[in-house]
Design a protein around this ligand. Structure first.
Ligand SMILES: Cc1ncc(COP(=O)(O)O)c(C=O)c1O
Length: 369
């Protein structure tokens, strides 16, 4: 089987699993317990927090663990006052768009920030934002479908200088490109463990000191009282290990993925009519989304699946829906071409041989279609 869907999720690294296992067997104490078992477990959580902090260049005291990117995104938006003003980019993940729509239904003002044909927030949209002065702006760092990377630091600095709080969903960027909370200049940032060879069900929210956070879960003092509930210790330890490994291996991982991506792009360029979305934009080293005129993306996905190849037709969370991807629609991609979209997201175990096989298979399937 060729697994080309690493933006949906990644396998747990063996070294991550090894780090986690003792916390499911021997060290099962509750980190809030005051006796030795509890203290050992507490210290493992602290170490994990240090590793995540080092990966994102932020103080450990400004990181709280959550159940994943979805919860972190919901938590980031939860502090908005009932009549507050929120602006989100047009290409956000549903874990931003849906809570944003909920807030709107409860009385908040919601505006959508336009993107250009590459999926990048436009300077004109930023000027408009500065005039409208929302309380909170959410712009993702890297898009899960196209892989485009926003040039976020100058935008965030401009907005922050105008008193506008900025959140970024860095779930897809983490572990693939350098992510520095300090250099980005945002006030809130969401992370997820299972996109970087850590376990599912674990993530984090990074926050600037003094930024108001309204807990979604109440009933305990865990995570500075901002996220109640006994910690998912093994998963947190796994996330920490995944972060530690990503930090030391980041440059080599990115280079390896980019080399495979280039090979894949060369192969794709030989298919008549195929276009790679945002091809010339700065994209994640592992991600390619393409469309082929008159091809049904979902159908192609199923045919590839029958041949043992796992790809996505867009965002994993959106697959199954008949509507074209809102991300591609926001970029002005015509509906027919958007519906043909296939996303390949490469990972560390993919090989050149798999890429060559995939291109050959794709040529056969497209001819048959
Ligand atoms: C950009 C982005 N944000 C948030 C999430 C949600 O993260 P999690 O699966 O950890 O809840 C995803 C998952 O696909 C994502 O791609």
């Amino acid at each position: 089987m060729s697994y080309f869907d690493h933006n949906a999720t990644t396998p747990v690294d063996d070294r991550v699993l090894a780090a986690m296992l003792p916390f499911l067997t021997s060290f099962y104490g509750n980190p809030s317990s005051l006796y030795r078992q509890g203290r050992i477990v507490r210290s493992a959580i602290d170490t994990a927090r240090e590793h995540v902090a080092a990966l994102v260049d932020a103080p450990a005291s400004q990181i709280i663990f959550t159940s994943g990117g979805t919860e972190s995104n919901n938590l980031a938006l939860a502090a908005l006052a009932p009549q507050g003003k929120l602006a989100i980019s047009a290409i956000e993940h549903p874990s931003i768009t849906e809570p944003a729509l909920r807030l709107k239904s409860l009385g908040a003002q919601l505006s959508i920030i336009d993107v250009d044909a590459d999926g990048l927030v436009t300077p004109a949209a930023i000027d408009q934002l500065i005039k409208a002065k929302p309380d909170l702006v959410s712009i993702m760092l890297a898009n899960n479908e196209t892989g485009i990377i926003q040039n976020l630091a100058p935008v965030a600095r401009q907005l922050s200088a105008n008193g506008i709080r900025v959140h970024t969903d860095a779930v897809q960027a983490l572990g693939k490109i350098p992510v520095s909370f300090k250099q980005l200049g945002v006030q809130l940032m969401s992370l997820s463990s299972h996109k970087l060879y850590g376990p599912k069900g674990c993530g984090a929210l990074v926050f600037e000191k003094g930024v108001a956070i309204t807990p979604l879960l109440l009933g305990g003092e865990q995570e500075q009282g901002l996220r109640a509930g006994t910690e998912n210790v093994a998963a947190i330890v796994g996330f920490g290990k995944a972060a530690e490994l990503a930090k030391t291996e980041l440059a080599q991982r990115s280079a390896q993925l980019l080399a495979l991506r280039k090979l894949l792009e060369e192969g794709l360029s030989t298919l008549p009519g195929l276009s790679i979305f945002a091809e010339q934009a700065n994209r994640l080293p592992n991600t390619i989304q393409f469309g082929i005129p008159n091809i049904d993306g979902e159908m192609l996905l199923m045919k590839l699946d029958q041949k043992g190849v796992a790809v996505s037709s867009g965002s994993a969370c959106a697959s199954g829906g008949a509507a074209p991807s809102p991300v591609l629609t926001a970029m002005g991609v015509e509906a027919g071409l958007a519906k043909s979209a296939i996303r390949i997201s490469l990972g560390l175990t993919n090989t050149e041989a798999e890429i060559f096989e995939f291109i050959n298979l794709l040529k056969v399937l497209v001819c048959q279609a």
